[in-house]
Design a protein around this ligand. Structure first.
Ligand code: SAH
Length: 595
């Protein structure tokens, strides 16, 4: 019986940075051929009983001889490389010779030193607006590099450079970077033995890194990273920009979702969808439960789909069925009651090409969920509700999204029908709400500006009355904070809590912040009045999250929550409890508008 050859990435040095699969291969190994000084010998302890060969002292032929011999003798052979085998691991020639000999092998990846270095530097190698490309390369030394890949040419791109095997002549390397047109003040760092006990980090710029590295005495076993991504004050990642919707952020649907599948392929797609949604449980047939990579999974026995669905129908805000629409329709038909109670339902094919909003598209959020799913799968949302298709305003959605109380639910349908039929619509609401939501619709006219929280919508003889509480944003902040920083935190808080800037009527804080220029500027930018409250008033308010630090420093138990509650008026309650993000706290309270 023949054995098995496995190439394993040992990781950058720290013995805990080998993969679980790599460690398992070592535990089974009879023979280990490891790549010299950059493989931590502690990792070899995993293969306690094996025979070890250090390939640093061997020729390629000698390595191959051992691999082949032990393979043919039926042994488990591990060829252990530092970092990941595929970068500067000289595995290509070994693969080639094994292929020629007709000997099979598998490869288990590892954590490359480039990533251990990035981790040590606590940097992102790809920062929006600075560099979206990483070049892994080496300088020409004893091993030449192809002419078109000379550092002078590669560096000219301005992308992040991670340079292996080249720390021995930093002077020459930096000269090449400058010759490529990189500015001398471009950030540069060198990480010696990343993730080892004697790891050493040197930071500087292209102008001074060579001398700093010489001073530190680093001559080998180091990663060179060049690029302004090393400056963390670069552009904020667009990923966190509230305007920027990626598959895994900016969920428009809020609520708990059950995702059902019946076949193996559909179960895998359903797992992908469930893990992309903010709050979802996956339901798959028992026999596929082990195959799906999902944390929150329930399974049902063969033939029990219908029963499982029936008993869960009232437990979730939405259902996603990754299956033929017919199966879903036949099952949910008997469960549907009315549009204010029914959960949202979206059906998706098992390739994720289409996400069809089937039920409760508006109030229930089915359309939003279909859009979310389409973003996750890269497919297309299929929406059939008329107002969306005709790009008309939907006041039921508006009411839901802006936390309004619907005082006349019986007129919702009449208004919706009038809107879809092209009747003109007259509204009364705050100018902020109108501007942000309806200014682009030619058939909707603001006939009266209101400041009392009432929202009136008239069309085709129906009148819809909504009421929006007086929402106030309470802010606490450190001294000297900038308006931009406050803006950043507030954007994130609003987004997470499902509020829009136009929902806010005022900003509130503590009296001691009256001269805080960043806060004043932020309020001006938001175009909102600012209200301040003295310590004794703030301290008289019961809040869920008082702060001992604020009490010590300012003599105030709560700034954001208490000031928001005070400014929100009668019957105020917290809609968003205190959110802390570094040097800013924010909370939102809503109450009655004063007369
Ligand atoms: N396959 C390995 C690279 C092998 S080439 C990997 O994926 O990391 C050897 C070069 O890798 C060294 O000269 C050095 O530039 C880099 N290197 C390997 N381990 C390192 C570590 N722990 N810290 C910094 N650089 C390392």
């Amino acid at each position: 019986m023949s054995g098995k050859i496995t190439f394993v990435g040992a990781g950058p040095g720290d013995p805990e940075l080998i993969t679980l699969k790599g460690a398992a291969a070592l535990r089974e190994a009879d023979t280990v051929v490891y790549a010299g000084s950059l493989v931590n010998e502690k990792i070899l302890e995993l293969a306690g009983h094996a025979e070890f060969h250090n390939s640093a002292k061997m020729s390629l032929d000698e390595v191959l001889t051992i691999l082949k011999r032990d393979y043919l003798a039926g042994k488990m052979v591990v060829r252990l490389h530092t970092g990941d085998p595929s970068v500067y691991g000289a595995v290509g020639e070994q693969f080639h010779l094994l292929d020629q000999a007709g000997i099979p092998y598998t490869v288990i990846p590892g954590v490359s030193s480039v990533f251990a270095a990035a981790a040590a530097l606590q940097t992102e190698l790809t920062m929006p607006e600075i560099s979206q490309t990483v070049i892994l390369t080496r300088d020409a030394g004893r091993t030449p590099v192809p002419e078109k890949e000379s550092l002078e040419l590669l560096a000219a791109h301005g992308s992040t450079l991670c340079i292996f095997l080249s720390v021995s002549d930093m002077e020459k390397l930096c000269r090449k970077l400058l010759a490529a047109g990189r500015s001398p003040d471009t950030a540069a760092a060198v990480v010696y033995r990343a993730s080892w006990e004697n790891e050493l980090i040197v930071r500087g710029t292209i102008a001074d890194i060579a001398s700093k590295v010489a001073e530190a005495g680093i001559k080998r076993q180091a990663m060179i990273v060049i690029g302004d991504v090393l400056r963390k004050d670069g552009a904020l990642s667009k990923l966190y920009d509230s305007e920027f919707a990626t598959g895994y952020r900016h969920h428009k649907f809020r609520g708990q979702t059950a995702v059902f599948a019946l076949t193996r392929q559909a179960s895998l797609k359903a797992a992908e969808i469930a893990s992309g949604l903010s709050d979802a449980v996956l339901f798959v047939p028992e026999k596929f439960a082990d195959a799906v990579p999902s944390l929150h999974t329930s399974s049902f026995a063969a033939g029990k789909f219908g029963e499982t669905l029936d008993s869960n129908w009232r437990n979730y805000d939405a259902f996603v069925f990754v299956m033929a629409a017919g199966i879903a329709v036949r099952h949910i038909g008997k469960l549907c009651e009315d549009k204010k109670r029914d959960p949202a339902v979206v059906v998706c094919d098992e390739k994720g090409n289409y996400a069809v909003s089937l039920l409760s598209g508006h109030i229930g959020g089915g359309n939003a969920l279909a859009h979310d799913i389409a973003r996750i799968t890269g497919g297309q949302a299929v929406i059939t509700t008329a107002s969306d298709v005709q790009k008309l305003p939907a006041f039921d959605v508006f009411a839901e999204e802006h936390h309004c109380v619907i005082e006349t639910p019986e007129t919702l349908t009449g208004i919706a029908a009038a809107v879809v039929n092209g009747e003109p619509v007259e509204v009364e609401m705050s100018a902020r709400l109108f501007e942000a939501n309806f200014a682009g619709y030619p058939d909707v006219t603001l006939v009266k500006e209101r400041t009392d929280g009432l929202i009136l919508v008239r069309s085709g003889g129906s009148e819809l009355r909504l009421h929006q509480p007086r929402f106030v944003l309470g802010i606490g902040c450190r001294k000297g904070i900038t308006a931009d920083r406050i803006g950043e935190v507030v954007d994130a808080v609003l987004e997470k809590a499902g509020f829009f800037p136009e929902d806010l009527c005022a900003i509130a804080s503590a009296e001691v912040k009256r001269e805080e220029t960043g806060l004043l500027e932020f309020a001006r930018k938001m175009n909102l009045p600012l209200q301040f409250f003295p310590a004794e008033k703030l301290n008289a308010v019961e809040v869920p999250n008082p702060s001992q630090a604020a009490e010590r420093n300012l003599g105030i138990r709560s700034v954001s929550e208490a000031s928001a509650l005070l400014a929100a008026g009668e019957n105020a309650r917290l809609y968003v409890e205190k959110q802390r993000c570094g040097d800013v706290t924010a909370a939102i309270a809503g109450g009655n508008h004063g007369s």
